[in-house]
Write a protein that binds this ligand. Structure first.
Ligand code: FRU
Length: 487
């Protein structure tokens, strides 16, 4: 598959400020943790190819969550594949597995399988196992007593462990039952089930990759349980949903809100989990796989296939008297990447207005009135193809339309329009759009609504165009910043 003529990180569609591995397939982020001055990101990685398989934990580190250094595979598969999970620092050597005072422990799903006569993978069981790192997360040894939790289930995966008081808590998805099982332990090796959560919200697909984190809002603390499952467009697509409630160390009780609540309305923001040990009380930092199990396998990339979202800070916010999760990308590290800028207080757009900058890697901000016509921005365009982002007053929704975004015919599920509600009662809609060669992350009204999609434009598609369909729209506070590469 390797294309010798293309230099790594310069290939068509290769994002320039989102993390990608040099070669091969990856999906979910795993074991995100801040430890001794570095952010460690592990991920579901196939060291042998550009399709899902041979799952192991790939590894990259960063000081600022934007510039990443890829390392050797951190956890290699055994006779089992190494599925998603968490890492934690065992500060008091509760596990007895540390050589010194503390060590990093990874909890992951060990996937027991066999190959049938046609070499297809047959699921035998999914159990939870541990690996220990004595070098601060660069290499791991499998625990000899693995698995530490085995209920002979085929749909039991993606452990998240947290320390709560003197106990270790592990959340595991009972995927086909749309439930999260909570287990408790003193030593990370012996686990007792204490409660279950679900089914609730969207149960149109298996539940995967649970996460649980406290967030401060005003004087109170709420717990948020996120799970990768379902999609606002129903069966066959994958998104993330979240629940807000209380957690007493054993049981998660959701507040009586309208569920499902979707974290992002796009098709390519999945399996997101948060960084441990960031010590932030009013927000968490999540990263997610920019992909979809339905069609990512067919996406037209060369010897690499996988991309990670930008670090997304998630906070709680009251909107119309109800709590919601809102997201934003921290500016700090991004500011160093800014190359060219173009700003304008207002532009009256009748039909189209071409921004006098060409780029495939940029941040675009602008405001439009809710108005009476569809308006917004075309990105990654070449006159013929583009990805359309905007607000539609008829459906009162924001959207990404990737049906004419370039190469779309590699899988019939790919060409699509994603729509999402706008909460705010204000008369204007503010867009902040991160475009990166084959990634579009859209934040509306300070991240009250988020939509993320992959797109695969034609080679020369670098035009940025404001549009207003039918009648003129006044665009305000327009700011375009092109970004340099992190590679
Ligand atoms: C989610 C997922 C997880 C599993 C992993 C395997 O994308 O299906 O449930 O652990 O991928 O790669």
């Amino acid at each position: 598959m390797a294309v010798a003529s293309q230099e790594h990180y310069k290939e068509l569609h290769r994002p320039q400020y989102h993390y990608t591995s040099k070669v091969n397939w990856f999906n979910d982020p795993n074991g995100l943790i801040f430890h001794k001055g570095s952010y460690h990101m592990y991920y579901q990685y196939n060291p042998k190819g550009t399709q899902w398989g041979n799952m192991s934990w790939g590894h990259a580190t960063s000081k600022d969550l934007i510039h990443w250094k890829e390392h050797d595979v951190a956890i290699n598969m055994t006779e089992h594949m190494i599925f998603s999970g968490t890492t934690a620092i065992d500060t008091n050597n509760d596990s007895g597995l540390c050589n010194s005072k503390d060590c990093m422990i990874a909890a992951y799903t060990s996937f027991e399988y066999e190959l049938d006569a046609n070499n297809n993978i047959q699921n035998i069981a999914q159990h939870q196992s541990l690996a220990v790192s004595h070098d601060d997360g660069y290499s791991f040894e499998h625990y000899k007593g693995n698995p530490v939790l085995d209920i002979r289930s085929k749909e039991f995966r993606d452990p998240k462990i947290i320390k709560h008081g003197a106990n270790w808590i592990m959340l595991i998805s009972l995927a086909d039952q749309h439930q999260i099982a909570f287990y408790k332990s003193k030593d990370l090796k012996h686990w007792t089930e204490v409660s279950r959560f679900g089914p609730l919200g969207d149960t149109s697909s298996v539940w995967e990759c649970p996460d649980l984190f406290p967030l401060k809002i005003g004087d109170s603390t709420k717990w948020v349980l996120s799970v990768s499952a379902g999609h606002p467009q129903g069966h066959g697509f994958y998104a993330m949903q979240y629940f807000i409630g209380a957690f007493d160390g054993e049981t998660f009780i959701p507040d009586p809100l309208n569920y499902p609540r979707y974290l992002d309305f796009g098709k390519d923001f999945y399996a997101g989990i948060t960084f441990a040990h960031t010590n932030t009380e009013d927000y968490v930092t999540m990263m997610a796989w920019l992909g979809c199990h339905v069609y990512t396998k067919d996406t037209p990339t060369t010897n690499w296939r996988g991309a990670m979202s930008l670090p997304r800070e998630l906070r709680l916010k009251y909107i119309d008297d109800e709590l919601h999760l809102v997201g934003n990308i921290p500016n700090k590290a991004m500011n160093h990447l800014i190359d060219q800028t173009w700003n304008k207080d207002d532009v009256v757009v009748e039909d189209q207005f071409k921004i006098p900058l060409n780029s495939k890697a940029f941040i675009a901000e602008f405001e439009i009135p809710k108005g009476i016509v569809k308006a917004g921005m075309d990105v990654l365009g070449n006159g013929e193809h583009h990805t359309k982002i905007g607000y539609d007053p008829h459906s009162k929704s924001v959207f990404i339309d990737r049906s004419h975004s370039g190469i779309t015919d590699f899988n019939e599920a790919f060409p699509s329009v994603e729509t999402a509600p706008v909460h705010a009662e204000s008369d204007t809609i503010r867009f902040k759009i991160y475009v990166d060669h084959s990634v579009v992350e859209v934040f509306v009204n300070d991240g009250e609504t988020m939509i993320t999609d992959r797109v695969f434009p034609i080679d020369n598609a670098n035009e940025i165009v404001l549009f207003s369909e039918g009648k003129a729209t006044v665009f305000k506070n327009i700011a375009i910043k092109t970004l340099k590469s992190i590679w």
